[in-house]
Write a protein that binds this ligand. Structure first.
Ligand code: A3P
Length: 294
Protein backbone atom coordinates (compact mmCIF):
# COMPACT_ATOMS: atom_id res chain seq x y z
CA UNK A 1 0.00 0.00 0.00
CA UNK A 2 1.34 3.44 -0.90
CA UNK A 3 0.00 6.90 -0.28
CA UNK A 4 -1.12 9.17 -3.09
CA UNK A 5 0.80 12.37 -2.58
CA UNK A 6 -1.66 14.67 -4.31
CA UNK A 7 -4.60 13.45 -2.20
CA UNK A 8 -4.26 12.17 1.38
CA UNK A 9 -7.73 10.56 1.18
CA UNK A 10 -6.47 7.96 -1.27
CA UNK A 11 -4.17 4.97 -1.10
CA UNK A 12 -2.79 2.86 -3.90
CA UNK A 13 -2.93 -0.91 -3.77
CA UNK A 14 -1.74 -2.77 -6.85
CA UNK A 15 -2.80 -0.64 -9.83
CA UNK A 16 -5.89 0.77 -8.12
CA UNK A 17 -6.51 3.91 -6.06
CA UNK A 18 -8.80 3.34 -3.09
CA UNK A 19 -10.52 5.76 -0.73
CA UNK A 20 -9.51 5.30 2.88
CA UNK A 21 -13.05 6.00 4.14
CA UNK A 22 -14.68 3.46 1.89
CA UNK A 23 -12.14 0.73 1.33
CA UNK A 24 -9.68 -1.42 3.22
CA UNK A 25 -6.87 -3.50 1.80
CA UNK A 26 -8.01 -6.47 3.92
CA UNK A 27 -11.50 -6.43 2.46
CA UNK A 28 -10.17 -6.07 -1.07
CA UNK A 29 -7.89 -9.07 -0.55
CA UNK A 30 -10.77 -11.26 0.65
CA UNK A 31 -12.64 -10.52 -2.58
CA UNK A 32 -10.13 -12.60 -4.52
CA UNK A 33 -11.82 -15.72 -3.09
CA UNK A 34 -15.35 -14.40 -3.28
CA UNK A 35 -17.65 -17.27 -4.31
CA UNK A 36 -19.49 -16.62 -7.52
CA UNK A 37 -22.89 -18.09 -8.37
CA UNK A 38 -23.74 -18.99 -11.94
CA UNK A 39 -26.38 -16.31 -12.29
CA UNK A 40 -24.44 -13.48 -10.57
CA UNK A 41 -24.16 -10.29 -12.56
CA UNK A 42 -21.33 -7.80 -12.03
CA UNK A 43 -21.62 -4.28 -13.32
CA UNK A 44 -18.08 -2.98 -13.81
CA UNK A 45 -17.15 0.61 -14.60
CA UNK A 46 -14.48 3.19 -14.20
CA UNK A 47 -16.04 6.08 -12.20
CA UNK A 48 -18.22 8.60 -14.03
CA UNK A 49 -18.93 6.25 -16.91
CA UNK A 50 -22.65 5.77 -16.30
CA UNK A 51 -22.54 3.46 -13.28
CA UNK A 52 -25.73 4.64 -11.60
CA UNK A 53 -27.49 4.85 -14.92
CA UNK A 54 -26.74 1.19 -15.61
CA UNK A 55 -27.56 0.20 -12.02
CA UNK A 56 -30.92 1.85 -12.50
CA UNK A 57 -31.49 0.09 -15.82
CA UNK A 58 -30.61 -3.29 -14.33
CA UNK A 59 -32.92 -2.63 -11.40
CA UNK A 60 -35.73 -1.70 -13.78
CA UNK A 61 -35.16 -4.81 -15.89
CA UNK A 62 -34.75 -7.28 -13.06
CA UNK A 63 -37.25 -6.05 -10.50
CA UNK A 64 -40.88 -5.48 -11.19
CA UNK A 65 -41.31 -3.81 -7.80
CA UNK A 66 -38.58 -1.34 -8.59
CA UNK A 67 -40.06 -0.71 -12.01
CA UNK A 68 -43.57 -0.12 -10.68
CA UNK A 69 -42.35 2.08 -7.89
CA UNK A 70 -43.85 -0.16 -5.23
CA UNK A 71 -40.35 -0.82 -3.95
CA UNK A 72 -38.33 1.94 -2.34
CA UNK A 73 -35.01 0.15 -2.80
CA UNK A 74 -32.23 2.46 -3.91
CA UNK A 75 -29.90 1.55 -6.75
CA UNK A 76 -27.04 0.72 -4.45
CA UNK A 77 -29.15 -1.43 -2.13
CA UNK A 78 -30.43 -3.34 -5.12
CA UNK A 79 -27.00 -3.62 -6.74
CA UNK A 80 -24.53 -3.22 -3.87
CA UNK A 81 -20.91 -2.21 -4.20
CA UNK A 82 -18.53 -5.13 -3.97
CA UNK A 83 -15.53 -3.22 -2.64
CA UNK A 84 -17.14 -0.66 -0.35
CA UNK A 85 -16.62 -1.27 3.34
CA UNK A 86 -17.88 1.75 5.19
CA UNK A 87 -20.25 1.85 8.16
CA UNK A 88 -22.11 4.71 6.47
CA UNK A 89 -22.86 3.30 3.08
CA UNK A 90 -21.91 -0.34 3.20
CA UNK A 91 -24.73 -2.65 2.22
CA UNK A 92 -24.41 -6.03 3.83
CA UNK A 93 -24.45 -8.28 0.82
CA UNK A 94 -23.90 -11.37 2.92
CA UNK A 95 -27.63 -11.05 3.68
CA UNK A 96 -28.13 -11.02 -0.01
CA UNK A 97 -27.56 -14.75 -0.44
CA UNK A 98 -31.11 -15.80 -1.29
CA UNK A 99 -31.66 -13.25 -4.01
CA UNK A 100 -31.44 -14.49 -7.56
CA UNK A 101 -29.80 -13.20 -9.60
CA UNK A 102 -27.44 -11.34 -7.30
CA UNK A 103 -26.33 -8.08 -8.85
CA UNK A 104 -23.12 -6.32 -7.82
CA UNK A 105 -21.46 -3.07 -8.78
CA UNK A 106 -17.72 -2.54 -8.80
CA UNK A 107 -15.06 -0.15 -10.04
CA UNK A 108 -12.36 -2.77 -9.44
CA UNK A 109 -9.70 -3.33 -12.04
CA UNK A 110 -9.28 -6.64 -13.81
CA UNK A 111 -6.63 -8.05 -11.49
CA UNK A 112 -8.55 -7.31 -8.27
CA UNK A 113 -11.79 -8.96 -9.29
CA UNK A 114 -12.90 -12.27 -7.69
CA UNK A 115 -10.85 -14.97 -9.37
CA UNK A 116 -13.80 -17.26 -9.91
CA UNK A 117 -15.36 -14.76 -12.31
CA UNK A 118 -12.57 -15.62 -14.69
CA UNK A 119 -13.93 -19.14 -15.09
CA UNK A 120 -16.90 -17.58 -16.89
CA UNK A 121 -19.08 -18.30 -13.89
CA UNK A 122 -21.33 -15.28 -13.57
CA UNK A 123 -21.80 -12.41 -16.00
CA UNK A 124 -20.02 -9.10 -16.36
CA UNK A 125 -21.39 -5.90 -17.87
CA UNK A 126 -18.60 -3.39 -18.49
CA UNK A 127 -19.61 0.17 -19.36
CA UNK A 128 -17.02 2.43 -20.94
CA UNK A 129 -17.25 6.17 -21.69
CA UNK A 130 -14.94 8.42 -23.67
CA UNK A 131 -12.23 9.47 -21.23
CA UNK A 132 -12.42 13.19 -21.90
CA UNK A 133 -16.02 13.25 -20.70
CA UNK A 134 -15.04 10.94 -17.83
CA UNK A 135 -12.37 13.45 -16.79
CA UNK A 136 -14.81 16.35 -17.06
CA UNK A 137 -17.50 14.56 -15.06
CA UNK A 138 -14.93 13.42 -12.48
CA UNK A 139 -13.66 16.99 -12.09
CA UNK A 140 -17.16 18.20 -11.23
CA UNK A 141 -17.56 15.29 -8.85
CA UNK A 142 -14.31 16.20 -7.09
CA UNK A 143 -15.82 19.60 -6.50
CA UNK A 144 -18.88 18.29 -4.69
CA UNK A 145 -17.52 15.25 -2.83
CA UNK A 146 -16.23 16.53 0.48
CA UNK A 147 -13.69 13.79 1.19
CA UNK A 148 -11.55 14.24 -1.89
CA UNK A 149 -8.84 16.83 -2.30
CA UNK A 150 -10.46 19.57 -4.34
CA UNK A 151 -8.32 20.47 -7.35
CA UNK A 152 -7.43 24.15 -7.70
CA UNK A 153 -8.59 24.07 -11.32
CA UNK A 154 -9.16 21.67 -14.21
CA UNK A 155 -5.52 21.87 -15.19
CA UNK A 156 -4.48 20.39 -11.89
CA UNK A 157 -7.20 17.77 -12.02
CA UNK A 158 -6.17 16.67 -15.50
CA UNK A 159 -2.64 16.15 -14.29
CA UNK A 160 -3.89 13.90 -11.50
CA UNK A 161 -6.23 12.07 -13.88
CA UNK A 162 -3.45 11.39 -16.37
CA UNK A 163 -1.17 10.19 -13.58
CA UNK A 164 -3.87 7.84 -12.27
CA UNK A 165 -3.90 9.64 -8.93
CA UNK A 166 -7.69 9.62 -8.68
CA UNK A 167 -10.21 7.11 -7.30
CA UNK A 168 -9.89 3.87 -9.31
CA UNK A 169 -6.46 4.74 -10.70
CA UNK A 170 -5.56 5.24 -14.32
CA UNK A 171 -8.47 5.14 -16.78
CA UNK A 172 -6.27 3.76 -19.56
CA UNK A 173 -5.14 0.80 -17.44
CA UNK A 174 -8.68 0.07 -16.30
CA UNK A 175 -10.09 -0.15 -19.81
CA UNK A 176 -7.07 -1.95 -21.29
CA UNK A 177 -7.01 -4.41 -18.38
CA UNK A 178 -10.63 -5.39 -18.78
CA UNK A 179 -10.73 -5.32 -22.54
CA UNK A 180 -7.55 -7.27 -23.14
CA UNK A 181 -8.77 -10.05 -20.81
CA UNK A 182 -12.31 -10.06 -22.07
CA UNK A 183 -12.11 -13.64 -23.31
CA UNK A 184 -11.74 -14.88 -19.75
CA UNK A 185 -15.17 -13.53 -18.86
CA UNK A 186 -18.74 -13.90 -19.89
CA UNK A 187 -18.86 -10.19 -20.61
CA UNK A 188 -20.96 -7.61 -22.39
CA UNK A 189 -19.19 -4.35 -23.25
CA UNK A 190 -21.38 -1.26 -23.51
CA UNK A 191 -20.58 2.31 -24.42
CA UNK A 192 -22.12 5.21 -22.55
CA UNK A 193 -22.45 7.10 -25.82
CA UNK A 194 -24.45 4.25 -27.41
CA UNK A 195 -26.76 4.39 -24.42
CA UNK A 196 -27.28 8.10 -25.04
CA UNK A 197 -27.90 7.59 -28.74
CA UNK A 198 -30.17 4.54 -28.65
CA UNK A 199 -31.09 3.43 -25.16
CA UNK A 200 -33.83 1.10 -26.34
CA UNK A 201 -31.37 -1.06 -28.32
CA UNK A 202 -28.99 -1.15 -25.38
CA UNK A 203 -31.74 -2.22 -22.98
CA UNK A 204 -32.66 -4.98 -25.43
CA UNK A 205 -29.01 -6.00 -25.63
CA UNK A 206 -28.78 -6.19 -21.83
CA UNK A 207 -31.99 -8.24 -21.68
CA UNK A 208 -30.63 -10.67 -24.25
CA UNK A 209 -27.36 -10.99 -22.33
CA UNK A 210 -29.25 -11.67 -19.10
CA UNK A 211 -31.65 -14.07 -20.80
CA UNK A 212 -34.69 -11.95 -19.96
CA UNK A 213 -37.60 -11.11 -22.14
CA UNK A 214 -39.58 -7.94 -21.66
CA UNK A 215 -42.80 -7.29 -23.51
CA UNK A 216 -42.94 -4.10 -25.53
CA UNK A 217 -44.80 -2.07 -22.92
CA UNK A 218 -42.36 -3.04 -20.17
CA UNK A 219 -39.39 -2.34 -22.43
CA UNK A 220 -40.73 1.13 -23.16
CA UNK A 221 -41.31 1.73 -19.46
CA UNK A 222 -37.71 0.79 -18.67
CA UNK A 223 -36.37 3.12 -21.36
CA UNK A 224 -38.61 5.96 -20.23
CA UNK A 225 -37.73 5.56 -16.56
CA UNK A 226 -34.02 5.42 -17.35
CA UNK A 227 -34.09 8.76 -19.16
CA UNK A 228 -31.92 11.47 -17.66
CA UNK A 229 -34.94 13.63 -16.90
CA UNK A 230 -36.75 10.88 -14.98
CA UNK A 231 -33.69 9.67 -13.14
CA UNK A 232 -32.98 13.15 -11.92
CA UNK A 233 -36.38 13.12 -10.22
CA UNK A 234 -36.13 9.55 -8.98
CA UNK A 235 -34.81 9.68 -5.43
CA UNK A 236 -33.82 6.00 -5.59
CA UNK A 237 -31.37 6.77 -8.39
CA UNK A 238 -30.17 10.32 -7.90
CA UNK A 239 -28.20 9.78 -4.73
CA UNK A 240 -30.43 11.72 -2.34
CA UNK A 241 -30.26 8.82 0.10
CA UNK A 242 -26.48 9.00 0.39
CA UNK A 243 -25.17 10.43 3.65
CA UNK A 244 -25.27 14.21 3.50
CA UNK A 245 -21.86 14.60 5.05
CA UNK A 246 -20.23 13.28 1.90
CA UNK A 247 -21.43 16.08 -0.34
CA UNK A 248 -21.46 19.81 -0.31
CA UNK A 249 -24.66 19.91 -2.34
CA UNK A 250 -27.93 18.33 -1.41
CA UNK A 251 -29.61 17.07 -4.51
CA UNK A 252 -29.07 15.16 -7.70
CA UNK A 253 -25.35 14.89 -7.30
CA UNK A 254 -24.89 12.15 -9.84
CA UNK A 255 -27.26 13.44 -12.50
CA UNK A 256 -25.31 16.42 -13.70
CA UNK A 257 -25.63 16.91 -17.47
CA UNK A 258 -25.67 13.48 -19.03
CA UNK A 259 -24.35 14.54 -22.43
CA UNK A 260 -21.56 13.72 -24.88
CA UNK A 261 -18.80 16.27 -25.42
CA UNK A 262 -19.08 18.38 -22.28
CA UNK A 263 -15.27 18.14 -21.98
CA UNK A 264 -15.13 20.90 -24.59
CA UNK A 265 -16.38 23.33 -21.97
CA UNK A 266 -13.38 22.56 -19.78
CA UNK A 267 -10.40 21.53 -21.87
CA UNK A 268 -8.28 23.96 -23.80
CA UNK A 269 -7.12 22.98 -27.29
CA UNK A 270 -3.64 22.34 -25.88
CA UNK A 271 -5.02 20.09 -23.13
CA UNK A 272 -7.14 18.22 -25.62
CA UNK A 273 -4.11 17.63 -27.85
CA UNK A 274 -2.05 16.44 -24.90
CA UNK A 275 -4.88 14.06 -24.00
CA UNK A 276 -5.08 12.76 -27.58
CA UNK A 277 -1.36 12.04 -27.67
CA UNK A 278 -1.50 10.02 -24.45
CA UNK A 279 -4.64 8.26 -25.58
CA UNK A 280 -3.03 7.26 -28.87
CA UNK A 281 0.00 5.86 -27.09
CA UNK A 282 -1.82 4.04 -24.27
CA UNK A 283 -4.76 2.70 -26.24
CA UNK A 284 -2.69 1.30 -29.10
CA UNK A 285 -4.38 -1.82 -30.43
CA UNK A 286 -7.64 -1.28 -28.58
CA UNK A 287 -10.43 -1.80 -31.11
CA UNK A 288 -13.05 0.24 -29.22
CA UNK A 289 -14.12 3.28 -31.21
CA UNK A 290 -15.01 6.17 -28.97
CA UNK A 291 -17.54 8.89 -29.64
CA UNK A 292 -16.06 12.18 -28.44
CA UNK A 293 -18.78 14.50 -29.55
CA UNK A 294 -22.10 14.58 -31.39
P1 A3P B 1 -21.98 13.99 -16.26
O1 A3P B 1 -21.24 14.42 -15.03
O2 A3P B 1 -21.17 14.17 -17.52
O3 A3P B 1 -23.32 14.63 -16.38
P2 A3P B 1 -21.35 7.51 -12.58
O4 A3P B 1 -22.72 7.03 -12.20
O5 A3P B 1 -20.48 6.42 -13.13
O6 A3P B 1 -20.73 8.29 -11.50
O7 A3P B 1 -21.52 8.49 -13.84
C1 A3P B 1 -22.08 9.76 -13.69
C2 A3P B 1 -22.35 10.32 -15.06
O8 A3P B 1 -23.44 9.61 -15.69
C3 A3P B 1 -22.78 11.78 -14.98
O9 A3P B 1 -22.23 12.41 -16.14
C4 A3P B 1 -24.29 11.64 -15.05
O10 A3P B 1 -24.97 12.82 -15.43
C5 A3P B 1 -24.44 10.55 -16.09
N1 A3P B 1 -25.77 9.94 -16.09
C6 A3P B 1 -26.45 9.41 -15.06
N2 A3P B 1 -27.68 9.04 -15.43
C7 A3P B 1 -27.79 9.32 -16.75
C8 A3P B 1 -28.84 9.18 -17.72
N3 A3P B 1 -30.03 8.66 -17.42
N4 A3P B 1 -28.58 9.60 -18.98
C9 A3P B 1 -27.39 10.13 -19.31
N5 A3P B 1 -26.37 10.31 -18.44
C10 A3P B 1 -26.57 9.90 -17.17
Amino acid sequence: VTQVLSDPNLFRYKEFCFHSMLHTKEHIETLQDFKIKHDDVFLVTYPKSGTIWTQHILSLICSEGYRNGTEETTTDTRIPWLETKSPDIHVDWTKYAEISPRLFTTHLSYSLIPQELKTKKGKVIYVVRNPKDVAASFYHFYNIFVHLKKPANFDEFMERFLAGDVVAGLWFDHVQGWYSHKDEFNVLFLKYEDMIMDLCSIVQKICKFLGRELDETTLNTVVEKASFKNMKMDTRANGEHLPGQFFNENKARFMRKGTIGDWKNLMTVAQSEQFDAIFKEKMKGLPIIFTWDI
